[in-house]
Structure formats: structure tokens, C-alpha cells
Write a protein that binds this ligand. Structure first.
Ligand SMILES: Nc1nc2c(c(=O)[nH]1)N[C@H]1C(S)=C(S)[C@@H](COP(=O)(O)OP(=O)(O)OC[C@H]3O[C@@H](n4cnc5c(=O)[nH]c(N)nc54)[C@H](O)[C@@H]3O)O[C@H]1N2
Ligand SMILES: Nc1nc2c(c(=O)[nH]1)N[C@H]1C(S)=C(S)[C@@H](COP(=O)(O)OP(=O)(O)OC[C@H]3O[C@@H](n4cnc5c(=O)[nH]c(N)nc54)[C@H](O)[C@@H]3O)O[C@H]1N2
Ligand code: SF4
Ligand SMILES: [Mo]
Length: 746
């Protein structure tokens, strides 16, 4: 029986149909290769079952027929000659060497299950780490595998301070009881025509570049749709971008000073009495304390800290306060500073005190279609095992709903064997030494101390080559059946299998096969179809039925805090201890953290370590997204590699002239942690005092001998593994560096 009324979009054709010589299959694009979204796609296959073309599905309201270059290039990824085609093993003595032996799937599952059960029996399940990379479709499969096996140590492996998305999500869960997203009508199947929706008057893009990133459920091209409907943009970004040139205001701050800027803007809004009195009085807690705190951040002082002129800070604050409604789409730059939680708290606070919460065209609380995106199977692990999660003792905030191990503490544990010795790792969709990990050489050292390492990936990666004992081949999305639910999306999508490459299997299938051996009761399904159908049982549909109907939407209501629908007890208000949005957080206070937002100078940096600036004169930011790749992926793909052939560093023309650099030449970027090579890209989009490097580099064409030269080109050689006071946040996007030419032969 369906528990809800669901909404669908009428389709002209069945999900699979013929077009000339090709078969067309409708579905969603959810990973791999990478991306967080799951746009509507039409997959074209020929008579031999080969994927030959991908197009955007014009009937899908989410992307409305549009696709990025990475989805357009999908057939080249799926059919690439370097794909892993079958399971392989290697003698642990040969780690780092290209000495693999092919196995059958039966043998592979026997080997992995046997070894994991042996470790569990001898040392305890907690000694095996289950590490994923960025949020692809595996979060549910890997959490269920970890928890049904009995390990509490599931995590985003090697991502210092869990510094992607989680700091924002955890911060909002702690202070407002849920996560809000900018209202671009994405929750309605009729989108911009929905009579209840309003176009935001202003969209503030804070540390996020949606056109390239399409992150956290937010499709970048909605910005263009909304601008056509009159919406204005404010951008908070140190770099000039295509969108910033069309923005009403562009606040070009010094990297890592976001918290100061937000507090300075709050200072103006509060002192000039521009806040929403009605909302603040009825629905927030701790406003007076906040009003006192922001007095420490007058715009003149904030201008000195952030490099944003005082008048711009004031006028931006006034613009935001007068826009009704205003929405905010934020991004990774908020997480990738050590004190990410207070930064996020300050930024989101701007929209809370101006009353833009859960109103049409503001920041809304989405409803999850099926609520398990934070992990599937949390009930499978015993309280006794849960208590062994690494980081729980050090960072009490981790007790807040998220069952992840804290990454920096986990790294310490791996290197010191305290409080217990780690024995193995299951790494699925994670290229730790090329991308995820800060201090990648240390991450490798930690991995090599383990007895048994399994990597599940699409390609051979530097991480797998360096440390794996078993490698399992995973499927790209046209090779698998799957579901896309939850994750702030409020819609259900289906992924449809249309082809098969080698012996690759979907992550879901791999984990189901292994789960059946590690804990059969937790994995009762005989097939993927059974498993997917059971996951959507509450919709009253089976997986094959949903296939024809998807995308599926839940009805949406605004201002649910007024009607008691945000809280389990049915009382009006927000899901916090006080029932209000906590500008002064009772939960942070309980955890021994400052209950209110504050700014902490990035360290090292011109504010915290002026003495280091003679040696390392530039502020470094890293990882601004590119069209041509998803993190460490796509480097094998000729078409995309041509767009950005080498790792680069963006340098202002004046700075380049001063250093005698010419466009395209190789230079070293170095700081007190280490160095990495980059090609020079001379461009006025960066401030002369700031340089910006891309991330995730390795060179597949160099071959495995030197681990694909990963340690020459990985910018994370310069990033320390060191998190904020709460256990969340790390300085990936703010550091300092010097630059010098690469000598011949280097
Ligand atoms: N300096 C710097 N470093 C950063 C960042 C930054 O901004 N600056 N960003 C950080 C962030 S936010 C993140 S999230 C991390 C991401 O770090 P990672 O998640 O480690 O990076 P990826 O390259 O996305 O992917 C990992 C691997 O997953 C494989 N893969 C892709 N799809 C699938 C699939 O469906 N199944 C399986 N089994 N494998 C698959 C890919 O081939 C790849 O080898 O990087 C972080 N690193
Ligand atoms: N094409 C592509 N898309 C991706 C990814 C990818 O690798 N490639 N990765 C995915 C992942 S896992 C994530 S987390 C998202 C991230 O995507 P976003 O959230 O957009 O993050 P970034 O692209 O790292 O940075 C966004 C902007 O922040 C600016 N910036 C740098 N430092 C600072 C700072 O200190 N403060 C502020 N306010 N801005 C700063 C940069 O100049 C950049 O324009 O993208 C996802 N989408
Ligand atoms: S955002 Fe781009 S890469 Fe991601 S699924 Fe959509 S079209 Fe594909
Ligand atoms: Mo990320």
C-alpha cells in the first residue's frame, strides 16, 4: 500500500523504445562516472548492446533535456579500453607493483568474505574500515555492508575534517534540525509553472559555482532559468567567473574569511534594523546574544580581514535584507576551512534573521522520498559495536545522527594502533592518494600498514595500484539497475541497465553478494531487482513498475514549521531542543563548542602567520571545479583531457610578470607541507595576491611504475590533515605557497 500520494510526469513513450536502428532507454544518470546529480537521460544502444550515444531527457523536469559534457562523453568512459574488466588479486608482498592475477567472481567473493570473517573473528569487526569517496550511488550499499558486518568505522576515507557537505549538513542539523536548500521549484514536477512557487528575487551563491559543480542536488542551469525570470545574483567568491560577471554584487573575499564576511553583513543588517522582527521573535532562539556577538565584526574591521571594501559589505547586506524572497546556494568553500561549522552558521544565519526560511523562493526543507540517504541499515549494528566508532570520544558532535568515523582521528588510529589496531579496508569509489586525502603520502603509509585492502573501482587508480590486495570491477550507470532517492531531492529516479562491459558489476550487486556471506539475514534478497523493490515498498510500486513512472515526486508544502510537520512530536516549530532556529546553539554548548558563529584566521595565512609570508607570499586556494573532469576521474579520456590537458595554477598577469612566468610553463607550488607541479595559466580572474590550483591529478599515461606520477602532481601534498574543533572542516581551500620554475629533467 502506498503511504503517500505521489506525483509523476506523463511520458509520451514507454521507458524503452526503438528509434531507427537504435534502442532508446529512459532513466537517470546516477554514477559512475562521477556526479552528484542524476539528470534525466536517454541512453542509445545499438544491435550489439553497445552504448553509442547519450542525450538529455526533455521530459525530465530536473534537467529539461540538458546535459554536461561529462554525460555527453559517457560512451567513451563506459567503453574505455582501460576499464577494469574482472576481479583481480595480488600478493600483499607485491603492493605497488603491476602484478595482478585474474579471478572469477566466485573466487573473489570467497577470498574477500573469508578474509573479512577471519579478521572479525580474530580482532573484531571494528578493525575493518569501510571507506567511500564522494557521494555517489553507493552510500546505501556501503553503509549496509559496514553495519551488517559489524563495523562502526564507515567514513569518507581520508577526507580531513569530513570537509565536504557534512559540515554544512551537521551544522544545520544541530542548529535548525534539518538542512535547507535554495528553492528553484525543483520539488514540483510542473516546476516554474507551479502556482505556489515564487522566483527568488536574489540568489546568493556562496563558495559554490553551480554551473560547473551541479552539487548537492542542485542543477546549475536553474540559475540561467531563474535569471531569465528576473532573479538577481550575488556571488561570494575570490575568483571572477562567468556568473560573477552577470551578478548584481560580487564579493571577492580572501579565501577562508567567509565567516568574517557573513558576521560583518549581519552586523549591518542588525545595526541598521533590517532584520525580520516577526520571524526572529517567533521562531529563533538567542538573537540578543547574536546581536552582541556581531558587534565584534564592524564592517571596517571585516574589510581589513576579508579584503572586501567596506562599502561593498554594507551595500551587499542591505541588498540581501531588502530582497524578498532571497535564497542561498552554498558550496564546498564553506566546508573547506578549518572552522567550517561557525562559518556555515554565520552564513545561513543571514537568511534566518531575514526570514527566508521555508518560504516560496527562499530556503526550503525538502521532504525525502524514502529517508535513508544518511545510510541504510543503521539498526543492523549493535550498540556495543557503535560505541567503538573512531572519533566519537574526541568529537561529541559526531553523536548527532551521522554514523561516520572521524577521518583525522581514524588516520591517527591507523598510524598509532590506538585505541586499537586497524586490520583492513574496503575502499569503494575512493581514490584517496590522488584526490580525497590530505597529506597523501601519509595516507598511503597508513594504508600499507593494513593486512587486507580491497578496492572497488571503474579503473585502476594510483590508490588501488599502491595498496590493494584485491581489486573488484564496478559498473558505470548504463551497466546497472538502480535507484536515486533522498538526498534533499524529494524525487525518485530509476537507473536502467542497457549494456554490460567485461565482468563488471554494480556496487549494489557486489555488496549484495558479499553481504550475503558476511551477514545473510541482513541481505535476504535473491536479486538486485528484489532488493530495489523492497527499498521502495512504501510507494506501493515494484522496481519494474517505478521504471515506467519515474521520476516520482512527493507533494510539497511550505512553512511546515507552522503546522507541526517538521517535528516528530507534531508541535509547531523546528526540530531542535528549543523548537526554534538556534542562533545560540544549545547543542554546540552541550558539546563544549562556542554556541555562536565566530571567525578564526586561516592558519597558516597572512592573518595568523604573518612571519611566514616572506617565504610563502601567496594565498593558495584549490579545487575550484572544472567542466572536464569529476575529481580524479576522466584523465584517461582524450576528448575531455584536451579541454584541460595538465594540472594548472591560475596566476594574475602582474604576479606572473613579477615572477617571470609565461603561460603554459611548468612550475612548482610549494609550502611548508610539500610541493606539486602545475602549468601556468595567466589570468586576471584571480587577485594578484591569490593563486588557485585544480585538484585530483594523476597521469594515467605514465603507467604504474611511479604510481602514475601522482605524488608529483597531487596538490594535496600541500594540504595538512588537520580538522576544526568540532571534528568538521579542514583547510583544503586556504593555505599559503611560493612558486618557482620546474628545472629540466624534474
Ligand atoms: N585540494 C583539494 N582536494 C580535494 C578537493 C578540493 O576541492 N581541493 N575536493 C574534495 C572533495 S569535496 C571530495 S568529495 C573528494 C573526492 O575524492 P574521491 O571520491 O576520492 O575522488 P573521485 O575521483 O571522485 O573518485 C574516486 C574513485 O571512484 C571511482 N568511481 C567512480 N564511479 C564509481 C562507481 O560507480 N563505483 C565505483 N566502485 N567506483 C567509482 C573513480 O574511478 C575514482 O577512482 O576530493 C577532495 N579533494
Ligand atoms: N565538474 C565537476 N563537478 C563537480 C565535482 C568535480 O570534481 N567536477 N566535484 C563535486 C563535489 S564532490 C563537490 S563537493 C562539489 C563542489 O563544488 P562547489 O561547491 O562549487 O566548490 P568548488 O568548485 O570547489 O568552489 C566553488 C567556488 O568557490 C570559490 N572559492 C575558493 N575558495 C573560496 C573561499 O575561501 N571562499 C569562498 N566563498 N569561495 C571560495 C572558487 O573560486 C570556486 O569558484 O562539486 C561537485 N561537482
Ligand atoms: S549534472 Fe551533468 S554530469 Fe551530472 S548527471 Fe547531470 S548532465 Fe550528467
Ligand atoms: Mo565533495
Amino acid at each position: 500500500m502506498a503511504e503517500n500520494e505521489y506525483l509523476t510526469v506523463p511520458h509520451e513513450k514507454p521507458y524503452k523504445y526503438q528509434e531507427g536502428d537504435l534502442t532508446v532507454t529512459r532513466g537517470s544518470a546516477w554514477t559512475g562516472p562521477g556526479c552528484h546529480l542524476g539528470c534525466g537521460v536517454l541512453l542509445y544502444t545499438d544491435d550489439d548492446g553497445k552504448l553509442v550515444k547519450v542525450e538529455g531527457d526533455p521530459e525530465n523536469p530536473y534537467n529539461d533535456g540538458r546535459l554536461c559534457v561529462r554525460c555527453l562523453a559517457l560512451p567513451e568512459v563506459t567503453n574505455h579500453k582501460d576499464r577494469l574488466l574482472y576481479p583481480m588479486k595480488r600478493d600483499p608482498k607485491d603492493r605497488g607493483k603491476d602484478k595482478w592475477e585474474r579471478m572469477s567472481w566466485d573466487e573473489a567473493i570467497d577470498l574477500v568474505a573469508g578474509k573479512l570473517i577471519e579478521i572479525r573473528d580474530k580482532y573484531g569487526a571494528e578493525t575493518v574500515i569501510f571507506g567511500q569517496g564522494t557521494g555517489r550511488d553507493i552510500s546505501s550499499w556501503i553503509t549496509r555492508l559496514a553495519w551488517s558486518y559489524g563495523s562502526p568505522n564507515y567514513t569518507c576515507f581520508a577526507l580531513s575534517g569530513l570537509a565536504c557537505y557534512l559540515p554544512r549538513v551537521a551544522g544545520m542539523a544541530a542548529t535548525c534540525g534539518g538542512y535547507t536548500v535554495a528553492d528553484c521549484s525543483q520539488q514540483f514536477p510542473d516546476r516554474y509553472d507551479n502556482p505556489n512557487w515564487r522566483c527568488p528575487e536574489l540568489m546568493v551563491l556562496w563558495g559554490n559555482y553551480p554551473l560547473r559543480a551541479n552539487s548537492d542536488g542542485f542543477y546549475g542551469h536553474w540559475m540561467i532559468d531563474l535569471m531569465k525570470r528576473g532573479m538577481k545574483i550575488m556571488m561570494v567568491d575570490p575568483r571572477v567567473t562567468w556568473l560573477s560577471l552577470k551578478a548584481e554584487a560580487h564579493l571577492r573575499l580572501r579565501p577562508g574569511t567567509d565567516a568574517a564576511l557573513a558576521l560583518g553583513m549581519m552586523n549591518v543588517i542588525i545595526n541598521e534594523d533590517l532584520y525580520d522582527h516577526d520571524f526572529v521573535e517567533k521562531w529563533t532562539y538567542g538573537f540578543d546574544e547574536l546581536a552582541e556577538r556581531v558587534q565584534e565584526y564592524p564592517p571596517s574591521k571585516v574589510a581589513e580581514i576579508t579584503w572586501v571594501p567596506e562599502e561593498e559589505i554594507k551595500s551587499a547586506a542591505r541588498m540581501l535584507a531588502s530582497a524578498k524572497p532571497a535564497a542561498m546556494q552554498w558550496g564546498l568553500a564553506v566546508d573547506m576551512v578549518k572552522e567550517a561549522l561557525p562559518a556555515g552558521q554565520a552564513i545561513v544565519g543571514l537568511f534566518q534573521i531575514t526570514g527566508n526560511v521555508d518560504v516560496p523562493g527562499g530556503n526550503i526543507f525538502p521532504v525525502e522520498l524514502i529517508a535513508y540517504s544518511g545510510g541504510w541499515g543503521g539498526e543492523l549494528i549493535s550498540e556495543e559495536q557503535k560505541a567503538k566508532r573512531i572519533g566519537l570520544d574526541t568529537y561529541p558532535l559526531l553523536a548527532l545522527g551521522f554514523q561516520v568515523a572521524q577521518t583525522d582521528e581514524l588516520m591517527k588510529t591507523m598510524l598509532t594502533d590506538k585505541p586499537y589496531k586497524m586490520r583492513g579496508i574496503w575502499l569503494q569509489t575512493n581514490n584517496a592518494i590522488a584526490c580525497m586525502g590530505a597529506e597523501p603520502k601519509m595516507v598511503l603509509e597508513a594504508l600499507l600498514r593494513l593486512e587486507f585492502n580491497v578496492v572497488v573501482d571503474l579503473f585502476m587508480t594510483p590508490t588501488a595500484m599502491a595498496c590493494a590486495d584485491v581489486v573488484l570491477p564496478a559498473a558505470t550507470y548504463p551497466e546497472k539497475d538502480g535507484l536515486r532517492l533522498g538526498d534533499g531531492l524529494q524525487r525518485g529516479e530509476v537507473i536502467n541497465k542497457v549494456c554490460q562491459i567485461g565482468e563488471a558489476k554494480s556496487d549494489a550487486e557486489i555488496n549484495l553478494m558479499l553481504g550475503k556471506r558476511l551477514n545473510p539475514e541482513a541481505w535476504p534478497w535473491d536479486s538486485i531487482e528484489d532488493m530495489l523493490s523492497s527499498m521502495i515498498a512504501t510507494t506501493g510500486m515494484t522496481f519494474p513498475e517505478l521504471r515506467e513512472q519515474a521520476p516520482l515526486y512527493l507533494p510539497f508544502e511550505y512553512k511546515r514549521y507552522e503546522t507541526g510537520k517538521l517535528r516528530a512530536d507534531g508541535q509547531p516549530g523546528f526540530n531542535t531542543a528549543t523548537g526554534r532556529i538556534e542562533l545560540w546553539s544549545t547543542f554546540y554548548n552541550q558539546c563544549g563548542l562556542d554556541p555562536m558563529p565566530y571567525f578564526d584566521e586561516p592558519n597558516p595565512g597572512p592573518g595568523a602567520t604573518p612571519e611566514l609570508m616572506d617565504e610563502y607570499p601567496f594565498v593558495l586556494t584549490t579545487g575550484a571545479r572544472r567542466w572536464s573532469s569529476f575529481h580524479s576521474e576522466h584523465r584517461q579520456l582524450d576528448r575531455l583531457r584536451r579541454m584541460d590537458p595538465w594540472p594548472y595554477i591560475e596566476i594574475h598577469p602582474d604576479t606572473a610578470a613579477e615572477l617571470g612566468f609565461v603561460d603554459g610553463e611548468w612550475v612548482w607550488v610549494e609550502n611548508q607541507m610539500g610541493r606539486a607541479k602545475r602549468t601556468v595559466k595567466i589570468t586576471p580572474i584571480v587577485d594578484p595576491r591569490v593563486v588557485s590550483c585544480d585538484h585530483g591529478w594523476w597521469l594515467p599515461e605514465k603507467g604504474p611504475e611511479n604510481l602514475y606520477d601522482v605524488f608529483d602532481v597531487n596538490i594535496n601534498n600541500l594540504v595538512p590533515m588537520a580538522c576544526g574543533k568540532s571534528g568538521f572542516g579542514a583547510n583544503y581551500k586556504t593555505s599559503i605557497c611560493k612558486l618557482y620554475k620546474v628545472e629540466k629533467g624534474e
